[in-house]
Design a protein around this ligand. Structure first.
Ligand code: TMP
Ligand code: ASP
Length: 255
């Protein structure tokens, strides 16, 4: 197969030119970083698991009407996606206090928030992803007000759907981060769609019974058993690589 041209390399993924114009191949690496690249490591098998988990969750979200960049999974580490212009705003949704919100407001980790809280961060490694308000986003031209509305509405729907899906397999969705992109249609329409990935790299997932962490906090906090945790998430979703790409098994619901 001809070598594909690399378009972009991020911390956890590489983007290559896709087979047709308007498509990209998203390759999932085993590299892990935290605290904006200050901590680096490799989690063997992470790329394979995140490729599967992201495929599964994006497909489910498409089914409930959330537009995404996802087209199809190509192999163990790659998926075909639609080329979008990434909006440089990370949207974080929080249901339970953990991580930076716990630190910022001295709220013990594990405290249920009175309602889901949305935060925006400007996507910039150089600036360490500073938290921003809608005023910054519109004022600096990163997104228009109607795009912020769409990102907010989609993020809340994603939260409702994923919180329920994970609860059904004994996992609490503590918080997560999503990114959106602009999809340019041939007729001139511009559509805001979910992009990037949805995996334990950008969510906090706690076992409902034991509160055990099943996400990248195991790496950030040196808790060990990182791959095992990601594998357990995939297993409960019914999508371990061993089950094969056409396995009809859905999530294995806990009683
Ligand atoms: P935080 O508590 O560190 O602000 O993280 C909130 C959520 O967002 C958590 O699920 C991890 C995720 N996240 C990313 O995916 N990328 C990032 O760069 C940061 C800071 C957080
Ligand atoms: N994703 C960010 C980094 O790679 C921060 C984090 O996830 O903790 O540095």
């Amino acid at each position: 197969m001809a070598r594909r041209k690399q378009v972009y390399e991020g911390k956890a993924k590489v983007l290559f030119e896709g087979p047709e114009p308007g498509t990209l191949v998203q390759y999932f690496k085993d590299d892990a970083t935290a605290f904006n690249n200050k901590k680096k490591g490799t989690i063997t098998g992470k790329g394979v698991l995140n490729n599967r988990i992201s495929e599964y969750l994006m497909t489910k979200l498409e089914e409930i009407g959330i537009p995404t960049h996802f087209v199809r999974r190509l192999n163990m580490r790659e998926q075909l996606v639609k080329e979008v212009e990434i909006i440089p705003v990370e949207v974080v949704v929080r249901n339970i206090a953990a991580g930076s919100i716990s630190k910022r407001f001295a709220i013990p980790e594990g405290t249920r928030l009175p309602r889901s809280i949305i935060e925006y961060y400007y996507k910039s490694d150089q600036l360490d992803d500073p938290m921003v308000s809608e005023e910054h986003i519109t004022g600096f031209g990163w997104a228009a007000i109607h795009e912020i509305d769409e990102m907010l509405n989609m993020s809340l729907r994603i939260n409702d759907y994923l919180a329920g899906l994970f609860l059904g397999i004994g996992i609490r969705l503590v918080d997560f981060k999503v990114e959106f992109g602009r999809l340019f249609h041939e007729n001139g329409d511009v559509q805001v769609v979910l992009a990037d990935e949805l995996s334990p790299d950008n969510m906090r997932l706690w076992d409902s019974k034991t509160n055990e962490k099943m996400d990248k906090d195991r790496f950030r906090r040196d808790l060990g058993q990182i791959e095992e945790a990601y594998q357990e998430v995939a297993r409960r979703l019914g999508i371990l690589p061993e089950s094969g790409p056409t396995d009809p098994k859905g999530p294995s619901t806990l009683q």
